[in-house]
Design a binder for this molecule. Structure first.
Ligand code: ATP
Ligand code: MG
Ligand code: MG
Ligand code: MG
Length: 469
C-alpha cells in the first residue's frame, strides 16, 4: 500500500464516521507565540479545543505536517523519527469521547478493509489511573491484560493548551527487531520492536499560561498517528526512510553521490539525514520561513548546513540539496501542492544558502579537523568554547554542527564557553555602536529601530565571516 493511499484511507475512514476533513495548516503557527512550529495535528486546532472558536462540525480529521526539532539527533539513528512528519489525526470537540476513540482506532487498524493489521501484533499503554481506558481495551476490544501496559508517562501536555491522559498503540514488528526478554523491547522502551504508531489523547484539562490546570468545559479527543510509521509496517520495510515517502530522495542522493544505500552504516545515516533535512527545509521554505540567525530561520539554516556537511561526508562538494526539491515535490505534491507550486522559489533559496555555506565549509572543516587532532594528541576529549565560537562566527558552523562532528570523534564541545564568547561579542558590538553614537537613540520612532539594529548588527558581524547575507 502506498503512503498516499494510507493517508486517503485515514481521511475516508474518519469521514465515514462523521468527521470533517481539514487541510493541513502551515508549519508556521498562526497567532500562537507559545510554539515555534506546528508539532502535532492538534496544534492548529487549539482555538476549538479551548473553546475560543466553535467548529461547524465537532468531529475533525486531518493529515498535518509537523516539525519536531527535539528529534534532530534521532534522525538517521532510530528507524522512526524525522524532523518533519505527517500526523494523521481525528478530533472530537466536546462530542465523542474515550469509547468511540478506542473502538474506531481498533477498527481502522485491524479491519481488512482499512489497514488490516494482525490484531495479535498490537499492544497498548494506558495512564495508570485511567481505569476507563483500560476497561474499553480489555472488555470491549478484548485485549488481554498482559498486552495493556500501565505507564506513568501517558499524560499528554505540550505546554499552554489542552492536555490529559492518553493511551498509545504499539505494533510488534517481530523477532528480527528485538528479543522479547529485553524489557527495552516492550512498549515505551528504547528498542523499536514495539513501534509506537498512534497516540490517543483524552483532553480533559487546559494547561493555562500561569502553569495551572483547569477542567475544559467540554471533554475532547485528540489523536495522532505517524503516517511514515504506519507506512513502514505496511510496506514491510526496515525504517520510515525505506518507505515510498523517502526512497526516491535517497535514491537520487545515491546517484548524485555515487554511493549505494544499505551497504554501509555511516553512509546510510548520511543519506537518511539528508533526505530528512531537505524535506523539512523544502516544506518550511514553502511555508515562508527563510534561513536566518534566529528562531525558525535558524532551525532551517542549521538543518541545511547539517545536510551540506553530511553531503560532504559522501564527498559531494557542490550544492546539491536544491536538486532534491523536485523529488520531494513528486512524492508529496498530491496532498501538499505548495511544494510543487513554489518549487522554483524553494530551490533558489536553498541553492543560495548552500553556495554561501560552501564558501567557508572546507576551511571550517579543516580547522575542526585540526582541533580534534590536537585535542586527541594531548589526551583531551573537549573542544573549547572559543574554538567552537570561532567556527560559528567565522565559518558559519552552527553549534550543533560542531557538536555532531565532535561526537563522531568521541568528543564533546564546551557549550558554556561557547555561550560566554557569544555574550562577549554581543557586549563588544553594543559598546562599539555606542562609541560611534547616533544609534543610541532613546524613545521616539527610532527606538524600535535601535532595538532591532542591535541584533541585526550582531548578525551582520556573524555573517560577514560566513559570507552569508
Ligand atoms: P516517540 O516516543 O516514538 O518519540 P512520541 O511519543 O514522541 O513518539 P507523540 O507525541 O505521541 O510521539 O505523537 C503521536 C504520533 O506521531 C506518534 O505515535 C508517532 O506515530 C508520530 N511521531 C511522533 N514524533 C515523530 C517523529 N519525530 N517522526 C515521525 N513520527 C513521529
Ligand atoms: Mg518523541
Ligand atoms: Mg512515545
Ligand atoms: Mg507518543
Amino acid at each position: 500500500m502506498k503512503a498516499s493511499e494510507i493517508r486517503s484511507k485515514w481521511l475516508a475512514f474518519f469521514e465515514s464516521k462523521g468527521h470533517k476533513i481539514e487541510p493541513s495548516a502551515s508549519l508556521v503557527p498562526h497567532n500562537d507565540p507559545s510554539l515555534l512550529w506546528i508539532n502535532a495535528g492538534m496544534a492548529p486546532l487549539k482555538p476549538y479545543f479551548d473553546g475560543r472558536v466553535i467548529p461547524d462540525n465537532p468531529r475533525i480529521t486531518n493529515s498535518q505536517k509537523c516539525i519536531r526539532t527535539n528529534d534532530i539527533e534521532n534522525v538517521g539513528k532510530t528507524r522512526r523519527h524525522q524532523t518533519m512528519f505527517e500526523m494523521l489525526g481525528n478530533f472530537s470537540i466536546g462530542d465523542y469521547f474515550k469509547e468511540e476513540a478506542i473502538t474506531w482506532a481498533w477498527e481502522f487498524l485491524t479491519s481488512p478493509q482499512w489497514i488490516g493489521f494482525d490484531p495479535e501484533r498490537l499492544s497498548v499503554t494506558v495512564y495508570p489511573e485511567d481505569e476507563e481506558a483500560f476497561r474499553y481495551w480489555n472488555e470491549k476490544i478484548g485485549l488481554p491484560e498482559k498486552r495493556i501496559y500501565r505507564l506513568q508517562d501517558n499524560f499528554w501536555d505540550i505546554g499552554e493548551g489542552p492536555c490529559g491522559p492518553c493511551t498509545e498503540i504499539f505494533y510488534d514488528r517481530g523477532e528480527a527487531f528485538g528479543d522479547l526478554n529485553d524489557p527495552e523491547c516492550w512498549p515505551g522502551g528504547e528498542n523499536e520492536r514495539f513501534l509506537e504508531v498512534w497516540n490517543l489523547v483524552f483532553s480533559q484539562y487546559n494547561h493555562n499560561k500561569d502553569g495551572s490546570y483547569t477542567p475544559l468545559p467540554n471533554k475532547n479527543i485528540d489523536t495522532g498517528a505517524g503516517l511514515e510509521r504506519l507506512t513502514s509496517i505496511l510496506q514491510n520495510v526496515d525504517s520510515n526512510f525505506d518507505t515510498d515517502l523517502f526512497r526516491p530522495i535517497i535514491d537520487r542522493t545515491c546517484q548524485i553521490a555515487n554511493v549505494t544505500y544499505h551497504a554501509n552504516l555511516e553512509i546510510d545515516i548520511a543519506l537518511k539525514v539528508i533526505a530528512d533535512h531537505i524535506r523539512t527545509v523544502a516544506f518550511a521554505v514553502g511555508d515562508g520561513v527563510m534561513p536566518s540567525n534566529e528562531g525558525r530561520g535558524y532551525v532551517i539554516r542549521r538543518l541545511l548546513r547539517r545536510a551540506v556537511r553530511y553531503g560532504k561526508t559522501l564527498d559531494v562538494d557542490r550544492p546539491f540539496l536544491f536538486e532534491l526539491v523536485s523529488v520531494v515535490g513528486g512524492i508529496m505534491g498530491s496532498h501538499y501542492p505548495e511544494v510543487v507550486e513554489k518549487r522554483e522559489f524553494i530551490e533558489k533559496v536553498i541553492r543560495t544558502e548552500e553556495e554561501r555555506f560552501h564558501e567557508t565549509l572546507s576551511e571550517g572543516l579543516a580547522l575542526l579537523g585540526e582541533l580534534v587532532k590536537t585535542a586527541k594528541a594531548s589526551g583531551q576529549t573537549l573542544i573549547g568554547g572559543t574554538d567552537a565560537f570561532k567556527l560559528y562566527d567565522t565559518y558559519g558552523f552552527p553549534f550543533d554542527l560542531t557538536e555532531d562532528y565532535a561526537a563522531e570523534h568521541g568528543m564533546t564541545v564546551d557549550r558554556e564557553g561557547f555561550d560566554a564568547s557569544m555574550e562577549e561579542q554581543r557586549t563588544r558590538a553594543r559598546a562599539a555602536r555606542q562609541d560611534t553614537g547616533g544609534m543610541n537613540v532613546q524613545g521616539g520612532p527610532l527606538a524600535d529601530f535601535t532595538a532591532k539594529s542591535e541584533f541585526v548588527g550582531y548578525q551582520d558581524l556573524t555573517l560577514q565571516g560566513a559570507k552569508v547575507i
